[in-house]
Write a protein that binds this ligand. Structure first.
Ligand SMILES: Nc1ncnc2c1ncn2[C@@H]1O[C@H](COP(=O)(O)OP(=O)(O)OP(=O)(O)O)[C@@H](O)[C@H]1O
Length: 413
């Protein structure tokens, strides 16, 4: 038996856990709600409705196109599962949703096997061709009065590696096998239309009937997605608003980011882990910044672009770092930054640039993405620009900038 004292002692000494359900942060997890993809689910519903009402005699097809991390897989999987349920419950129609990743299954044969597996359909051991397997599948669907909706995710891998005959067979299935009811419909997922447009028209027209585009997420959209994920995966009140906003702004397409929800969620998860490791009970802005610099591929590009900055742009950046270090604040006013810049310029034997020029430098640093600016809200006298660093204050970054300044100063002599 463990004593109350021991239990309590263990509990009090054990690290603070911020993340409640780690699995809900995994890239494979499909949440119940998909903010900002509701209209896409509706569109899919309209397209495949004809299978339920029996009015469509054709095999339905739709192409889903969008950059990486725009929710294509999650949305389609979520749609497929609900579609199966509602079809049976409310319409008495049996539909099986089958999701196949063409990166893993990039031949017609492997695709036919995956469909058979999903239907739990035993395929005779003797070597059947993919075409024969498709016929057996169709006979089975007829016998069971079943439809299947097959999603071919990462479809470009199939198009780029398989033979024209196989592509032709897959998409012109009903020219090859004669049936009364066409029971197989498709969703094709691609990152761009390139691999489809280069196909012969006789194939392409059987793929591109309808297209649904998934645009990259804006920062406000990412914010809603992250917020919903925080509610599912984290303990209550354990993620600071600022941290969330920072991640959303970093990846928001409208702010120059990639609009990729996967990386945004990954950053959130890592920020949670960093905070936990440090014994913090809340994920703060600095945790998010550090997570970002570990994950974001754009950070390296940002550092590379520092090599192209002018001497005075670098001095301004160094002044910002010095001021942030000294004040231990997250952001500084433009006025203070300018004073620091003037002081540092004098220390380096440089004539400080004019006010308007300094503003121009700041704009450049903002475009690169290394600094953020915002207007102060109420509470400060007048409105002033507040400047912060978008990377964590890190000694390596500081040293790198100092070194670049020295290089530039030397090359002037
Ligand atoms: N609207 C959303 N709401 C909640 N989570 C989302 C949303 N969109 C994407 N996600 C999450 O972001 C991650 C990436 O999404 P998903 O895999 O669906 O993107 P994708 O467009 O299929 O990317 P890829 O082209 O790289 O396969 C997943 O973890 C998914 O759950």
């Amino acid at each position: 038996m463990v004593s109350t004292k021991d239990i309590l002692s263990d509990t009090l000494r054990s690290p603070v856990l911020i993340i409640k359900h780690k699995d809900k942060l995994s890239p494979d997890y499909v949440p119940n709600t998909l903010p900002h993809r509701e209209d896409k689910i509706r569109e899919l519903g309209y397209i495949f409705k004809s299978i339920l009402t029996g009015e469509g005699k054709d095999s339905e097809r739709v192409v889903i196109v969008g950059r990486t991390g725009t929710g294509k897989t999650a949305t389609v999987k979520s749609f497929g599962k609900s579609f199966e349920d509602i079809a049976e419950r409310e319409f008495g129609v049996k539909i099986k949703y089958v999701h196949i990743n063409c990166y893993r299954h990039r031949t017609l044969y492997l695709i036919s096997q995956e469909i058979a597996n999903a239907l739990k359909l035993p395929i005779p051991m003797r070597g059947l061709s993919a075409q024969e397997v498709f016929k057996i599948i169709h006979e089975y669907l007829d016998r069971r009065n079943l439809h299947i909706l097959v999603t071919l995710d990462e479809f470009s891998h199939f198009l780029n590696t398989t033979s024209t005959e196989e592509i032709y067979f897959l998409v012109r299935l009903y020219d090859e096998i004669s049936v009364i009811i066409k029971r197989i419909s498709y969703i094709f997922i691609v990152n761009d239309m390139h691999s489809i447009y280069k196909l012969d028209k006789s194939i392409r027209d059987h793929i591109v009937r309808r297209v649904i585009e998934f645009p990259p997420y804006t920062s406000n959209e990412l914010y809603d997605i992250l917020k919903a994920r925080v509610d599912e995966a984290f303990n209550e009140n354990s993620v600071d608003e600022e941290a969330l906003r920072y991640i959303a702004n970093t990846y928001g397409f409208d702010k120059g980011g990639s609009g990729n929800a996967r990386i945004a969620i990954e950053t959130l998860g890592l920020a949670g882990e960093i905070a936990e490791k440090e014994g913090s009970s809340i994920v703060l802005l600095d945790h998010a910044k550090r997570a970002n610099s570990m994950i974001n591929p754009e950070v390296q590009e940002m550092l590379d672009s520092l090599l192209y900055l002018d001497l005075h742009q670098l001095i301004l950046l160094k002044a910002l770092i010095r001021l942030l270090n000294r004040s231990k604040a997250e952001e500084v006013t433009m006025g203070n930054l300018e004073n620091e810049y003037i002081e540092l310029s004098h220390e380096l034997g440089e004539e400080p640039r004019k006010h308007t020029q300094v503003y121009e430098y700041l704009r450049k640093l903002k475009v690169i993405g290394i600094v953020n600016t915002r207007q102060s809200g109420k509470g400060m006298r007048g409105r002033t620009t507040l400047v912060s660093l978008s990377l964590p204050l890190d000694k390596r970054l500081d040293d790198f900038i100092t070194q670049q300044i020295l290089v530039k100063l030397k090359s002037k002599i």
